[in-house]
Ligand binder design. Structure first.
Ligand code: UDP
Length: 472
C-alpha cells in the first residue's frame, strides 16, 4: 500500500534541474482532431516485436493507437528513446505517431532500473507539449511507470488519466523467487493509480478481481480486453501454411510463441513434450519422429532473455529432444499467422499472464490453445470449447491436454472453428478501440462540462462521434 511521497524517492535531481535536450523536429500543424496521448515508457509501439523486452504491451499500444486514429482521434504515442539510431518521431498514419522522448541514456535499460528516469520523461513530455502548442486533455498510460508519469501530469495540468496495468506487481511477485528492490515503490504507485486515475482499464475479469482484492477497494474500473488484428490473424489453409514454411504434412506440431522469460513457463512445455513423446512411444497412433515442438521468439544473447533461451536449449538437449525441437527465432506479424496455422496446437504455459495476446492470435488463426489456467487466459480460452486450461507448472496435465488435441482430430476441428469464432466476436482491435474511444469521450465530455470551458485547444464538439453507449 502507498506510503510517503513517490517523487522524493526516485531521483536526487528534480525534473526542473535536469537539462533537457531540445527536440530535433519542427512544429507540426495544430491538429484539427482531438489529440490524446498514449504513454508507454518501455513498450515502444514502433519497435520490432518479439525481441528483447518487446512483447504484448508494444503490440497493444500500437494497435490501440492506430485503431483510435481510424475512429477520428489524433493519437500521439509517447515512449522513451532507447537508441540514438531510433527516429525521434515515427509517423504510423496521418493521425497516429510515436514520439520518443529523452529520459535517461539513449540505450536499453532493464525495466527494474528505469524508474529513476521518469521525472525526466515528464519534463520531456511537457517540453514537447510546449513546442507543439498542444495540451493533451487525456492520457492513457500503460504499465506502472508510465502510470507514475500520468499521476505527475494529473498534478501539473488538468488531464484525464486512464491507466492499463499490463502486469500487476501484487500478482507477479507471488510467482517469482526474487523480489526486486523496486517492488515497494511499484506496489505503492499501483495502488495510487487505482485510487486516483479517472478510469482503470482491466483487460480481463480476473484482473479486475485482482485489483479489487490485492490493490485497493476504491477505484473506477472498466473491463476492456486486449484485441488482435483479425485480418492479419485469420484462418487460412494448413496445407498451404506448412508448404510455405517447409514443414511436413505428417508432422504433429506443438507451437510456443513469445519471449524467453521464466514467467512464460517454457520449461513446463519442454518437459511436457518429453513426457508426451514417452506416452506416444507406448501407443501406435503417432510416430514420435513426427512430433515437433516449434519455439518462436527472439532473444538477445547479452540480455536476461538470452540466458533463459540458453537454459531452455540445455534442457532440450538434456531431455534428448533436439530432433523434435526447432528454435525458430523472432518472426514478425506478417509471417506469424503461417506458424499459428501450421500448428496443431499452440501452448501458452505461463505461470502468470495478465492477458496473453498469443492465445487470441492462435485462436484467430483457428488453432486450439492449451494454456495455464491463470489471469487473462482464463477469460480468452474456454476450456473444452476453444482449447484446454491446465494448472500452471503441471507437466503431466500439459502433456495429457496436448495429447488429447493431437489424437482426436474430429474434436480438434470443432475446437478450431469455435476458437476463431470467439476471437472475431470478442477480441478484434476495432471492437476494443471503440470501447476505449467511448470511455475517453465520456471522460472528456464530463471534464469539459465540469470546467465549463473547452480544455486545451479543442472544444468538445470536435471529439470523435460516439460509437456505443458507455455506462457511467
Ligand atoms: N511476438 C512476435 N514475434 C515473435 C514472438 C512474439 O510478434 O517472434 C508477439 C506476439 O505475436 C504477441 C506479443 O509478441 O503479439 C506477445 O504478447 P503476449 O501478450 O502474449 O506476451 P507478453 O510479451 O506481453 O508477455
Amino acid at each position: 500500500m502507498f506510503t510517503g511521497k513517490i517523487s522524493a524517492k526516485i531521483s536526487d535531481k528534480s525534473p526542473e534541474t535536469r537539462s533537457i535536450q531540445p527536440f530535433a523536429f519542427t512544429r507540426t500543424k495544430i491538429p484539427t482532431r482531438q489529440a490524446i496521448a498514449l504513454i508507454s515508457e518501455h513498450g515502444d509501439p514502433a519497435a520490432e516485436i518479439g525481441k528483447d523486452a518487446a512483447g504484448g504491451q508494444n503490440v497493444y499500444v500500437r494497435q490501440v493507437g492506430e485503431s483510435l486514429a481510424k475512429l477520428g482521434w489524433q493519437v500521439d504515442m509517447f515512449t522513451r528513446k532507447s537508441s540514438p539510431n531510433d527516429a525521434t518521431i515515427v509517423q504510423h498514419s496521418d493521425y497516429c505517431r510515436t514520439i520518443r522522448l529523452i529520459a535517461g541514456p539513449e540505450t536499453y535499460i532493464p525495466r527494474d532500473e528505469l524508474f529513476q528516469y521518469m521525472p525526466e520523461f515528464v519534463a520531456s513530455f511537457q517540453q514537447f507539449q510546449q513546442q507543439e502548442g498542444i495540451t493533451y486533455p487525456l492520457a492513457h498510460t500503460n504499465y506502472w511507470m508510465s502510470g507514475w508519469v500520468g499521476l505527475e501530469l494529473q498534478r501539473l495540468q488538468n488531464i484525464q488519466l486512464v491507466h492499463t496495468y499490463h502486469s500487476l506487481g501484487a500478482v507477479k511477485y507471488q510467482s517469482v523467487s526474487e523480489i526486486p528492490p523496486i517492488a515497494q515503490t511499484r506496489l505503492a504507485v499501483e495502488q495510487r493509480l487505482l485510487e486516483r486515475s479517472h478510469s482503470t482499464v482491466a483487460t480481463s475479469p480476473q484482473e479486475e478481481a485482482d485489483l479489487k482484492t490485492l490493490v485497493s477497494r476504491s477505484g473506477r474500473i472498466s473491463v476492456i480486453p486486449c484485441g488482435t488484428n483479425v485480418s492479419t490473424f485469420r484462418p487460412i489453409s494448413k496445407t498451404e501454411a506448412r508448404k510455405q514454411l517447409g514443414l511436413s504434412a505428417k508432422a504433429k506440431i506443438v507451437l510456443y510463441v513469445g519471449r524467453f522469460d521464466k514467467r512464460k513457463g517454457i520449461e513446463t512445455l519442454v518437459r511436457a513434450t518429453s513426457e508426451l513423446r514417452a506416452q506416444l512411444e507406448q501407443g501406435a497412433e503417432i510416430d514420435t519422429r513426427h512430433l515437433k515442438l516449434l519455439v518462436v521468439g527472439g532473444s538477445d544473447p547479452n540480455e536476461a532473455d538470452g540466458a533463459e533461451r540458453r537454459r531452455i536449449e540445455d534442457l532440450v538437449t538434456e531431455l534428448d529432444l533436439t530432433a523434435n525441437t526447432e528454435f525458430v527465432g523472432m518472426i514478425g506479424h506478417d509471417r506469424l499467422a503461417l506458424y499459428y496455422t501450421a500448428a496443431d496446437v499452440c501452448v501458452v504455459p505461463s505461470h502468470y499472464e495478465p492477458f496473453g495476446l498469443v492465445a487470441i492470435e492462435a485462436m484467430a488463426c483457428a488453432t486450439p490453445v492449451v494454456a495455464s489456467d491463470v489471469g487473462g487466459l482464463k477469460f480468452t480460452v474456454i476450456s473444452e470449447e476453444t482449447g484446454l486450461l491446465v494448472p500452471p507448472h503441471d507437466v503431466a496435465k500439459f502433456a495429457y491436454a496436448i495429447e488429447r488435441i493431437l489424437t482426436d482430430e474430429i474434436w480438434a476441428r470443432k475446437l478450431c472453428k469455435q476458437a476463431s469464432a470467439r476471437v472475431k466476436q470478442k477480441f478484434s482491435w476495432t471492437g476494443v478501440a471503440i470501447q476505449l474511444s467511448d470511455l475517453y469521450r465520456h471522460l472528456l465530455v464530463r471534464s469539459f462540462s465540469n470546467s465549463g470551458i473547452a480544455i486545451g485547444s479543442s472544444p468538445a464538439s470536435i471529439l470523435p462521434q460516439q460509437h456505443v453507449i458507455v455506462a457511467s
